[in-house]
Each structure stands twice: as structure tokens, then as C-alpha cells.
Ligand binder design. Structure first.
Ligand code: RP5
Length: 163
């Protein structure tokens, strides 16, 4: 098995998904976690999807964050092809505001799980945080960085609202 430096793969169905998925990347950056960001479309590049998903574990990835919009089959197909944890991010679509993306990703049949997050930025950020939590189980330094990240977030919340 090749031990690659990036433990997280961020995959997305289109270049247009990057505006959302970059929030996952930014969150991983803030936590000092390496990642690889790739465009892998279930519909437009199915062979790329098969190749990526089938080799993901041997490549050394530990978690996969998969974002897609509309008929969002990428996270589910990826989960069908790899035993790695897959976190799905529904990208907000123009036609249905991401409701289509959400339902496409969340309604997996029993046996092939996709951990489905919220639509849009919140989902992308939280997919990164869930990946960090998984990796932190076996990485004490990362566990401390994650604790610090959450403490800093708490410290930023003012007690009183301002006009
Ligand atoms: C999906 O179709 C992608 O994940 C993207 O969210 C959506 C639209 O793709 P583009 O037409 O912008 O490339 O496959």
C-alpha cells in the first residue's frame, strides 16, 4: 500500500462545486490536515470515478468528502466502491436550491452509508470537521488542534448582539 501524505480526498462533480467545496478545504487547512481536491463526475467522467474510488484505500486516503449538486450520485457511487468513510455534501443547485442534491445523497439504501451533511457551506465545513474527528482518533496532536479550533469558535461568540 502506498502511504500518501494527504489523508483526505475532496472530490466534486464539477468545477462549479468548488465555490462550496473550498470551504471544506479551508477548514482542513485551518486544522493542518493535508488533502487532495479532485473533480470526479459520476456522470461525465464515470471511469475516473471508478478508478478513484476503487484505489482510494490503497492510495492511503482515510476519509473522502464528496460534494455534488442536482442528481448528486457522486457520494453514493463512491461509497459503493470503497469501504472508506464518505461524507456527502449537497451543493446548492440553481433549480431546486439543493433540495434535489440533499435527497439524492441522503437516501442511500441500507448497507452502503454516506454521512450526509447540510446543503452548501455548512455541510462542506462540517464534512471537514468530521474528517478531522475521524483522523484525530489516532492522532493526538490533531486532537489537540481540533479542541483548540472549537475553543476559538466558542470564544468568538459574543454574549450580546449588537445593532
Ligand atoms: C453536478 O451537476 C455537479 O456536482 C454540479 O453541482 C452540477 C452542475 O454541474 P455544471 O453543469 O455546473 O458543471 O454533476
Amino acid at each position: 500500500m502506498v502511504e500518501r501524505s494527504a489523508p483526505v480526498a475532496i472530490i466534486m462533480g464539477s468545477q462549479s462545486d468548488w465555490a462550496t467545496m473550498r470551504h471544506a478545504a479551508d477548514t482542513l487547512d485551518a486544522l493542518g490536515i493535508d488533502y487532495e481536491a479532485l473533480i470526479v463526475s459520476a456522470h461525465r467522467t464515470p471511469e475516473r470515478l471508478y478508478e478513484f474510488a476503487r484505489s482510494a484505500r490503497d492510495e492511503g486516503y482515510k476519509t473522502i468528502i464528496a460534494g455534488a449538486g442536482g442528481a448528486a450520485h457522486l457520494p453514493g457511487m463512491t461509497a459503493a466502491l470503497t469501504p472508506l468513510p464518505v461524507f456527502g455534501v449537497p451543493v446548492e443547485s440553481k433549480a431546486l436550491s439543493g433540495q434535489d442534491s440533499l435527497l439524492s445523497i441522503v437516501q442511500m439504501p441500507a448497507g452502503i452509508p454516506v454521512g450526509t451533511l447540510a446543503i452548501g457551506r455548512a455541510g462542506a465545513v462540517n464534512a471537514a470537521l468530521l474528517s478531522a474527528a475521524v483522523l484525530a482518533l489516532h492522532d493526538e496532536a490533531l486532537s489537540e488542534r481540533l479542541d483548540m479550533w472549537r475553543a476559538a469558535q466558542t470564544a468568538q461568540v459574543a454574549e450580546h448582539p449588537v445593532d
